[in-house]
Design a protein around this ligand. Structure first.
Ligand code: CO
Length: 143
């Protein structure tokens, strides 16, 4: 094992049945002014946008179809709900290695996430029921 540790909270993922409606809620109810344009990630089966906040982001995620990994979540939580929490890591491959060495269940292989950097997910059973996304810190320092 190494002294690997998680870095800053990057975002909180929220699954929603209707991304435009969710954006409207953040705009009108909470006054959020900086919300990115939604874009499709067909390989992940989701449509995504970010509510930019001074210290973090909310990632809104809508399933693209019934094959989407978010689809079942929305079936169980029709109004949507908190889906995952994302921490930054320096090196995704080190993170995967360490997570496995420490006995965690890493879901799948590293893949490119919504920020364009590699991500993985750690099973909720390892973290008090919370699905954890680990994301390589963007090299330009942008979030
Ligand atoms: Co995420």
């Amino acid at each position: 094992m190494t002294d690997f540790k998680i870095g800053p909270l990057n975002h909180v993922g929220v699954a929603v049945p209707d991304i435009e409606a969710a954006m409207d809620t953040y705009r009108t109810l909470y006054g959020a002014t900086d919300i990115t344009t939604p874009f499709d990630m067909p390989a992940q089966g989701v449509k995504v946008c970010f509510v930019n906040l001074p210290n973090s982001q909310i990632e809104l995620i809508e399933p693209l179809n019934e094959e989407s990994p978010i689809w079942n979540f929305i079936q169980k939580n029709p109004k949507g709900g908190q889906h995952h929490v994302c921490f930054e890591v320096e090196d995704i491959h080190e993170a995967v290695r360490e997570m496995k060495d420490r006995g965690a269940t890493v879901l799948g292989e590293p893949r490119i996430g919504a920020h364009g950097t590699p991500i993985i997910f750690v099973h909720p059973k390892n973290s008090n029921g919370v699905l954890i996304e680990l994301m390589e810190t963007p090299k330009d320092g942008a979030h």
